[in-house]
Design a protein around this ligand. Structure first.
Ligand code: GLN
Length: 254
């Protein structure tokens, strides 16, 4: 009887181990809920829709369409741009989609998908401003947004043109500083400031040409979540082929 119990126990243990081997691999790909971090006020890419109290936009819709196509689950935390990049670097989020420009310095710490949109920055001033060149910024204060290409551009040129900078957390605060006059200009992604101006949300205008046009990418911390990048790339290809991608861009006036 004792011997029988021992065999039964061993058999049960073996069955449980096998079940785990069979199930564990599966759990990773089908039950995992990827944590995606994003910006919170960056229309038309991600912004709070007041009517539904949910975050909508090109990035949100592309992510939803790709996840549906590839069959993965995810949740989004719209924490702001700099915070989103920080969360991915800290391993608190699996990936970021936030109108994030692919550039060499970022490729040292992030792995990017293929590009899914292209844009650059443009100078933004108050609607009634006389400023129309970098030279006009001498002795003035330029508003910047934490962690962005616009910040990098403003910092890289401030000694040459003789202005100083003040940094803000988000696009909304940055625009306000320019509209209210505590700063005379900022550098924002062209499609984003274009949308804000078109929607009549800001009393601002753009000056000059687009700076450094480059692709936006979905990104993970370097060396992690390779399967997620692979699914994003495959899904993007599929939604481009079936018309969903064009439909999303058109929905947001892009
Ligand atoms: N495209 C810009 C960047 O990558 C701005 C992104 C953003 O503000 N969400 O820095």
């Amino acid at each position: 009887m004792k011997k029988f119990m021992k065999i039964a126990a061993l058999t049960l243990a073996a069955v449980m181990m096998l079940a785990c081997f069979a199930g564990c691999g599966k759990t990773d790909t089908t039950d995992k809920v990827y944590k995606i971090a994003s910006d919170n006020a960056f229309p038309p890419f991600e912004y709070l829709d007041a009517a539904t109290n949910t975050y909508v936009g090109v990035d949100m819709d592309i992510l939803a369409a790709i996840a549906a196509d590839q069959g993965f689950k995810y949740e989004v935390a719209n924490v702001g741009f700099d915070a989103a990049l920080g969360q991915v670097q800290a391993g608190q989020a699996d990936a970021v989609i936030a109108g994030m420009t692919i550039k060499p310095e970022r490729e040292e710490i992030f792995d990017f998908s293929v590009g899914y949109f292209e844009d650059g920055q443009i100078m933004v001033v108050a609607a009634d401003s006389d400023i129309d060149s970098m030279e006009d910024l001498a002795g003035k204060v330029v508003a910047t947004k934490a962690g962005t290409m616009g910040l990098e551009y403003a910092e890289a040129n401030k000694d040459k043109y003789g202005y100083t900078t003040t940094m803000f957390e988000g696009s909304v605060e940055m625009y306000q500083a320019v509209a209210q006059g505590s700063c005379v200009a900022c550098f924002e992604d062209r499609a984003v400031i274009g949308t804000a101006i078109q929607n009549g949300e800001v009393n601002l205008k753009t000056v000059g040409e687009v700076i450094n046009p480059a692709p936006y990418g979905f990104a993970v911390k370097k060396g992690t979540n390779a399967e997620l990048i692979e699914m994003f790339n495959k899904g993007l290809e599929n939604i481009k082929a079936n018309g969903k991608y064009d439909e999303i861009l058109a929905k947001y006036g892009m």
